[in-house]
Design a binder for this molecule. Structure first.
Ligand SMILES: Cc1cc2nc3c(=O)[nH]c(=O)nc-3n(C[C@H](O)[C@H](O)[C@H](O)COP(=O)(O)O)c2cc1C
Length: 511
């Protein structure tokens, strides 16, 4: 099902009993985080929250805040218009099986074509609800919000609902030591200046003042590559940021699609309907017509980078200030009934666990294309995405676990994986306790581990140098004789089927 608006998605969540409305005022400064964090820590991810009266420096914002909308398996499935994320994954798997590609490159090409054929490419329309209110920034003078407020800072008398500005959108100040307010769920649209290919990525944005933000695209991300090309050419880089609209947008923006494959094609395929796009007011990028907010602007390659952060991050720690490009806002457009979508990141588990885990489920068939022995992959919440990856394989020859480690470390964003544990096919990688049991039972640490080096997540504070780090692979599979193992591998203790059946019947008879 294709949601026509973010509000329609919120209504679907409410009908499914997945949304709580909070009618009391809650401050965008730290309080929404405190509330949402409790919800996200509940078993299964708690509920989505619609904060109807978020306050900005004590004043009620004209826009409500929705948070944790993707933070459970059920809500992820609803956002994808499916009964379960597994259903969507098997749909994508079937697509691959219809005409199995022989290489990853071919798989990517096949995906692109299949997405286009199945639900058509995005189409251009004249206008849409994201333009209910259009505000171009030229006429305003810059206003900034210092934090902590300077002693002589005067609270504004009231927050003017129009014109929209970065200072009256209820953007969260998430954690006490954060360097400011951060847009946490932005879908950032850029274009490759050489090929014209679009990219949609999620990169947080620190608000500097009413018309400029940081743009935290990390050096290995696609928009950063686009940016380098604009820097080389010395040309202004157009950027558009989409908030809200169909809930598949944030999911697709975070999905680790290969460079060159348009996330909006994936979005169209997921929602089974092509996406209506409208042209921006102040640059020639296109944005989904049903977005709640669109923030248009540019990055000027002649301008020096600016310190961004600190920010309480996915890692559970603050990332310290680092230089990033400055995004200048040229226009803000929004729906009349716009809802501001947000998330928070921090000590896991958080909402982003479900977003990342859904990506892994969906893209498992692509991993299996390249490595048919892979049975399943899990990124446990404790490992905050790439810190820890469990992979189960159907092993048939010596050193196969090492082939998988090297292969995955060389595949897209799996390059960031710090600890990679390979187990046999019958181990449930989604059960961390089961994996740890096999890891400790089946390994001789000296023989079964490999240390390597490679690119690291720039958020990782533990590496000695930013973006470069060590990797540990552990082979926790049953050892074969060709792997230096000279003894007999003992059987795993299991019940007899007969005894199990007898006890099942016995327990049933005594209730
Ligand atoms: C909530 C959330 C926030 C994120 N913030 C950032 C960020 O600030 N910078 C970044 O480079 N990646 C961030 N990511 C990860 C990227 O969105 C992800 O790597 C995505 O695949 C990047 O798209 P790209 O490959 O098109 O560059 C975030 C992911 C999530 C779920």
């Amino acid at each position: 099902m294709a949601f026509t608006s973010f509000n329609e998605f919120l209504a679907a969540l409410e009908e499914a009993g997945e949304l709580l409305r909070i009618n009391e005022p809650v401050a965008t400064e730290l309080e929404i985080t405190a509330l949402a964090d409790r919800e996200m820590k509940k078993p299964g991810g708690g509920k989505a929250l619609l904060i109807e009266k978020p306050t900005i420096n004590g004043e009620i914002s004209p826009f409500p805040v929705a948070i944790n909308t993707l933070g459970s398996w059920r809500r992820m499935a609803i956002s994808l218009g499916a009964d379960s994320v597994d259903d969507v994954a098997s749909d994508l798997g079937a697509l691959m099986k219809a005409k199995p590609p022989t290489s990853l490159g071919e798989a990517v090409k096949l995906l692109g074509t299949a997405f286009q054929l199945r639900h058509a490419r995005p189409r251009r329309v004249a206008t849409g609800p994201c333009k209910d209110v259009v505000h171009k920034m030229d006429s305003l003078s810059t206003r900034s919000e210092a934090w902590p407020p300077a002693p002589d800072w005067k609270k504004p008398d009231a927050i003017d609902p129009a014109p929209p500005s970065l200072l009256n959108i209820p953007i969260l100040r998430c954690w006490p030591l954060d360097g400011g307010r951060f847009v946490t769920l932005p879908c950032v649209i850029t274009r490759d200046p050489d090929t014209g290919e679009r990219n949609v990525g999620m990169y947080r944005m620190q608000v500097y003042d009413d018309r400029s933000t940081g743009m935290h695209w990390q050096l290995q991300k696609v928009a950063a590559r686009h940016g380098r090309r604009y820097y080389e050419a010395g040309e202004r880089m157009p950027v558009a940021v989409v908030l809200g609209g169909d809930p598949v947008f944030p999911f697709c923006a975070t999905a680790p699609l290969p460079d060159g494959l348009d996330e909006l094609l994936l979005a169209g395929w997921l929602r089974k309907k092509s996406i209506d796009l409208v042209k921006c007011e102040t640059n020639d990028l296109e944005v989904p017509a049903n977005a709640d907010f669109v923030i248009e602007g540019y990055i000027d390659p002649k301008e020096p980078l600016r310190e961004e952060g600190p920010f309480g991050d996915h890692t559970g720690y603050y990332t310290l200030p680092e230089p990033y490009p400055v995004f200048h806002v040229t226009a803000i457009t929004h729906r009349r009934d716009a809802v501001y979508p947000a998330t928070i990141v921090g000590i896991p588990p958080m909402e982003d666990f479900y977003i990342g885990a859904a990506s892994v489920k969906l893209f498992l068939p692509i991993f299996q294309m390249n490595f048919p022995e892979i049975v399943d992959i899990a990124l446990p919440a404790e490992g905050v995405f790439h810190n820890l990856v469990f992979v189960s394989i159907r092993k048939t020859y010596p050193m196969q676990a090492y082939k998988i480690m090297h292969g995955l470390w060389g595949m897209g964003q799996m390059m960031f994986t710090k600890y990679l544990v390979v187990v046999d096919h019958d181990v449930d990688v989604h059960n961390t306790s089961e994996v740890l049991f096999h890891l400790t039972a089946n390994t001789d640490p000296q023989r079964d581990s490999i240390l390597s080096r490679g690119p690291a997540d720039v958020l990782d504070h533990a590496t000695s140098e930013i973006a470069v780090g060590g990797k540990l692979g552990i082979d926790a599979t049953k050892k074969l004789s060709g792997e230096g193992f000279k003894r007999e591998w003992p059987p795993l203790i299991r019940h007899s089927t007969e005894a199990q059946a007898r006890i099942d019947a016995l327990l049933k008879s005594i209730g």
